[in-house]
Design a binder for this molecule. Structure first.
Ligand SMILES: Nc1nc2c(ncn2[C@@H]2O[C@H](COP(=O)(O)OP(=O)(O)OP(=O)(O)O)[C@@H](O)[C@H]2O)c(=O)[nH]1
Ligand SMILES: [Mg+2]
Length: 424
């Protein structure tokens, strides 16, 4: 998409601009997330500036004096583009580009570009196209401006490089409608698949978490699958479901989902709603965190915020501290253990901590292990336990069957009268 100074064989240099809230220190740390996003796009960061206030002036969204200084700084660093950590309006964007004479865009556009370059399946491509068109609509006038050629196409044109730019609002709206129709068809196909899956009475778990936490790696390591894994943000855009076998039962379904990030652009949240809804259908969430990331606490809050936005905060959840192999100092480890006392520590890479994780999954989904004494005429319940819960042990006795099992729901209700309570 970006074809800035394509003729030169050096990475594109970006100058970043952030802003902190009143009373917060103007620390570069606040740009950590944007750094990761921009690097995922393959750009180099030449420098950054963090503003302490954003004096909302009509021309640039900040004071003109400050804007001129930023443009000069970017020029001194030979930046190829300026990227804002906060949303900038189409008018501000145009004014900035006229001032700086290089492309200027915001964090939302960075995320859109990453999604666009990572979309592989038809559904993801349609979702990204829809989000891009929705984003481009108020920016159409902007795309006729001076920077349009240099930007190498605009959102809404079929391929990058198209510089004619005569797509008007109406044409974009028509494309939006067409894509929505197509998307509805694809989503329906996936729902049919999900409905078929739901007929199999297996509990489902969704792997959720901040992007790059290691969700796909964990799915692969637990189920022996081969989902795409990469040290980049938003490697996964489509949900993938795999079966995880559990001893004594039919197993569970594990679904890998798109990663979260703070302030996901609204057009993307809408476009990816159906994908995110895979999380909503789950009986249990496995919230994967990157234990080695210095921003783990902020990332945890971000994930909770997104779960709240998609209305699935009430689903039972296990917290998993992944990449524990990279946490070597005791101080960091203790701090993590104090903050997340219930968490399971694993390494998807080294396959450690898996038995603790599976134990937790079993407890959360099927309850704790109990002993029952079934009358022989209730022997058919054994099959129900095997299908929907976990049968740990069964012993046929003269007048009864003694079983040890983990069950929930209907099976639990049916077995309850035969439970042997441990003596106090
Ligand atoms: N050291 C270490 N690296 C890990 C571990 N788990 C995952 N990684 C690495 O972390 C990076 C991201 O892993 P992914 O599994 O793609 O992460 P994800 O959460 O699926 O990321 P998105 O799909 O982008 O949201 C990859 O480079 C993995 O090899 C782990 O336990 N230890
Ligand atoms: Mg992934």
């Amino acid at each position: 998409m970006i074809e800035i100074r394509e003729e030169e064989e050096r990475p594109i240099k970006a100058f970043l601009v952030g802003c902190v809230k009143a009373n917060e220190p103007a620390d570069r740390e606040t740009l950590q997330e944007l750094f990761g996003l921009v690097k995922t796009l393959g750009m180099e960061i030449c420098d950054c500036i963090v503003l302490t206030s954003r004096d909302p002036q009509p021309k640039f969204g900040i004071g003109t004096g400050k804007a001129v200084t930023i443009a000069e700084e970017a020029k001194n660093h030979e930046a190829d583009c300026i990227i804002f950590d906060f949303e900038i309006s189409p008018t501000h964007q145009r004014n900035w580009e006229n001032l700086a004479k290089i492309p200027v865009f915001d964090r939302n556009e960075v995320i859109l570009r990453i999604f666009a370059s990572h979309a592989r399946t038809k559904e993801a491509t349609l979702q990204v196209d829809l989000a891009k068109l929705q984003y481009s609509l108020p920016r159409l006038a902007h795309s006729y401006g001076d920077m349009a050629k240099q930007r190498g196409g605009n959102y809404g044109s079929k391929g990058s490089g198209e510089t004619k730019l005569e797509l008007d609002r109406r044409a974009v709206q028509n494309r939006i409608s067409r894509i929505k129709l197509e998307l509805a068809k694809v989503v329906k196909e996936r729902e049919t698949l999900r409905a078929r899956r739901d007929k199999v009475p297996l509990p489902s778990c969704a792997l959720v978490g901040y992007t790059n936490a290691g969700k796909s790696s964990l799915l692969n390591a637990l189920t022996g699958s081969n989902v795409f894994v990469e040290d980049k943000l938003f490697a996964t855009l489509d949900p993938t479901t795999r079966r995880l076998s559990l001893d004594g039962g039919n197993g569970i379904l594990l679904t890998d989902t798109v990663g979260f990030i703070s302030n996901l652009p609204h057009s993307l949240v809408n476009a990816f709603k159906s994908t995110l809804e895979e999380t909503a259908g789950a009986d249990l969430q496995i919230l994967v965190l990157d234990a080695s990331d210095a921003n783990i606490y902020e990332q945890y809050q971000t994930v909770l915020q997104v779960l709240k936005e998609i209305d699935v905060l009430d689903t039972p959840r296990i917290i998993v501290l992944n990449k524990i192999d990279r946490v070597s100092d005791m101080f960091s480890l203790r701090r993590l253990e104090n903050y997340f006392p219930e968490a399971v520590k694993v390494s998807a890479l080294e396959k450690t901590g898996f038995s603790d994780l599976i134990f937790s999954i079993r407890e959360m989904l099927f309850g704790s292990q109990k002993t029952y004494s079934l009358p022989l005429e209730k022997a058919e319940l054994l099959e129900l336990v095997r299908k929907t819960g976990i049968l740990i042990n069964s012993e046929w006795q003269e007048n009864s069957i003694k079983i040890e099992a983990q069950v929930s729901g209907k099976a639990q209700a049916l077995l309850a009268p035969y439970e042997i309570k441990p003596k106090e």
